[in-house]
Write a protein that binds this ligand. Sequence first.
Ligand SMILES: [Zn+2]
Ligand SMILES: [Zn+2]
Length: 389
Amino acid sequence: MKKLQKIEIIRHSLSHVLAAAVYEMFPDAKFGIGPSIENGFYYDFDLPRTLIPEDLEILEDKMRKIIKSNYRFEKADILADEALKKFKKVNQNYKVELIKDLKKEVKNKKMLRVTCYALRDFVDLCSGPHIDSTGEINPKAFKLTKISGAYWKGDEKNKMLQRIYGVAFATEKELKKYLSATEEAEKRDHKKLGRELNLFSFHAESPGSAFWHPKGMVIWNALEKFGKSLRAKYGFGEIQTPILANNSLWKKSGHWDHFKENMFSVKADNETYCLKPMDCPFNILIYKEQTRSYRDLPIRYTEIGRIMRNEKSGELNGLLRLRYLTQDDSHIFCLPDQVEKEIGSLIQMVKEYYPAFGIKPEFFLSTRPDEYMGKKSEWDKAEKNLANA
Ligand SMILES: [Zn+2]
Ligand SMILES: [Zn+2]
């Protein structure tokens, strides 16, 4: 296990402090989980009412009082069954569920022990670690930042809980620096700019799919023209393929086995058809349409591919994570001894593309993963080709 930094321990400990403050404000609250995350922490609660932003200030005040009182984190190592009884008695059904999950994982259920930590009057099921006492927290270096909904265990079938996020640092200066940086980033948030500049919008009727407005299309078309001209220069022939295909194709390509949950499907003529989540199988169909000789190779296709992926609604994020997206996609069919030259040319194309947007591309060599398809010798050769390119 990786050694935790002191600040990570403080961040997680703050989630307990937050929970203790919530318990004070809502004695009927039910508690989910409260891990530390990048720059901070969160805690999920099942509360008798919906939180409002003003609640965060009240909770912060309560947290500062707890910090100032320097309460100890009192550890208790008890039998899981004993903990189960205790949490059942106070109706903490999420904690009860967590203990039951732990019991499922072990053989000797009767002997299973769990750790609980008490902070003032709030007892939590947790494996730790924590700071010794709340006095170790800098009361000026944390802030509760937002409230959002979160399904229990991240599962859409479960109840939606209320999640409170906080950030925490070692010093007040670091906190201020972080807050002003996020404020700047929010000003440049593409979703906000898209709305303000009347470029594109999103609508609940079609989640994860952008609606492009006339001004946005001016940018879109300029981008598309630039990309197309570059790919033409590098010898790619433009193609266009359908969006729907019988799932026999997706079974053959492996998408049906590995990617089924992310594919939209429809029934027609008593058959299942899927909206394409990738363009590759369609490109291969065009390639295979004729008998090819080695003299025909390399063949380079490029396509403005409109694809659909059934991303979870909670993960959709502006133009960064969509259900309906456009790929300026390319596929190259070539002989093994042409790979090196083709990759070299691709790298050149990328080097020409991104600087137009002020982005300096960097290249990393990815090698064979533990799970792979094909022969090891082919992988070795491909890796060598990539490295040379
Ligand atoms: Zn803990
Ligand atoms: Zn592809």
